[in-house]
Design a protein around this ligand. Structure first.
Ligand code: CP3
Length: 332
């Protein structure tokens, strides 16, 4: 009997590789203005669904709306990425204000309501947030970083101080995720893009523990909402994330061995992933054989086809269409 084909969506499926996104992006002003204008955020969320018919939409927003909503303004500079005024001392945490969080983020909830109305009934809508560790790196480094030296030094040398920032983020992210489900999100994904940068004890303390607190807080309000966690580059420590009560699926980066996943991870949780975005960019036989290898390895158990990280801006549109055909034509 043919295996039912797995669902597919792609991280960063809305974005600069789509001409219709670039068109709206030109008129929207700053990147965060696009995120905070519900009609436009809803429109760009729907664009990849219209073009490719993915099985899930992810609400168009960013993980850095959290510091922005807490009063640490975020801007995005062309060719540079996110820019924030770096937090340098514990007393600066006093100026982070959780009081206005949900008001500030209300446009995200309005966009979710709009998308849920316009989305085909069979298409899932995913809400999301960054995990505390990853969001904290941007707040402490003042933007992207190569080695996270400032954040790690603070976390290692003054864990009680750093823990205060993590506590603020756990509370804020929990509220933000709960509000997204309230607005109509069917599932949630937590992005811990820099999880793999932490050594063992710190991984438990700053990745596992905060995510566990968030998942349990969300589940108190919404016990049935599926939660996907993406602890990028966590290696064998994916096991620790999969062991968190309430985590339904883990999203794999492209470095994880699929034999190991079948054996150790897929029995416990659903798997999402893990095509290297460069295969999608390269296309052709390389992409076809790698997509087929992943399908063969993982479609015997609970599995959602996705990338190991986000779609890259120079990705050709036809490659994405071909990938969708490969997955939808999969017969086991
Ligand atoms: O997946 C989607 O389609 C939903 C939208 C989404 C965006 N960012 C839109 C975006 C999601 C889920 C994110 C998550 C995000 N944002 C992460 C976690 C996932 C990852 O990539 O590791 C991180 C670390 C960020 C922070 C961030 N936002 C950076 C570092 C940058 C600059 C780099 C870049 O690609 O320009 C962004 C900007 C951003 N977020 C863009 C998009 C479409 C590009 C902005 C533009 O259009 O000019």
């Amino acid at each position: 009997m043919p295996t039912k084909r797995p669902p597919i969506w792609l991280m960063r499926q809305a974005g600069r590789y789509l001409p219709e996104y670039r068109e709206i992006r030109k008129t929207a002003g700053m990147f965060l203005d696009l995120c905070y204008t519900p009609e436009l955020a809803a429109e760009v969320t729907l664009q990849p669904i219209r073009r490719y018919g993915f099985d899930a939409a992810i609400i168009f927003s960013d993980i850095l709306v959290i510091p922005d909503a807490l009063g640490q303004p975020v801007s995005f500079k062309e060719g540079v990425g996110p820019v924030l005024e770096a937090i340098k001392a514990v007393d600066e945490l006093n100026s982070l204000d959780q009081g206005k969080l949900c008001d500030h983020l209300n446009p995200v909830y309005e966009a979710i309501q709009q998308v849920r109305k316009d989305l085909p009934i069979e298409t899932a809508l995913i809400g999301f947030a960054g995990a505390p560790w990853t969001v904290a790196t941007y707040m402490v480094e003042g933007g992207s970083s190569r080695d996270f030296a400032n954040t790690k030094r603070w976390a290692f040398s003054a864990p009680q101080e750093f823990g205060k920032l993590i506590d603020i983020l756990v509370a804020s992210i929990t509220k933000h995720l709960i509000a997204q489900v309230g607005a109509g999100a069917d599932a949630l994904q937590i992005f811990d893009s820099w999880a793999g940068m932490l050594p063992e004890t710190a991984f438990d303390q700053w990745c596992v523990e905060p995510i566990l607190r968030i998942v349990s807080g969300v589940k108190e309000k919404h016990p049935d909402v599926p939660i996907i966690v993406f602890p990028r580059l966590a290696g064998h420590r994916y096991l620790k994330i999969a062991a968190i009560e309430g985590v339904s699926a883990v999203s794999l980066d492209q470095t994880v061995s699929l034999d190991w996943v079948q054996e150790n991870l897929q029995k416990k949780v659903a798997i999402q992933g893990n095509l290297d975005p460069i295969y999608l960019l390269a296309g052709g036989e390389a992409m076809r054989s790698e997509a087929n290898r992943i399908l063969k390895s993982l479609s015997g158990g609970p599995f959602i086809f996705n990338l190991g990280h986000g779609v890259l801006p120079p990705t050709p549109l036809d490659n994405v269409a071909e990938l969708c055909e490969i997955v939808s034509g999969w017969q086991g």
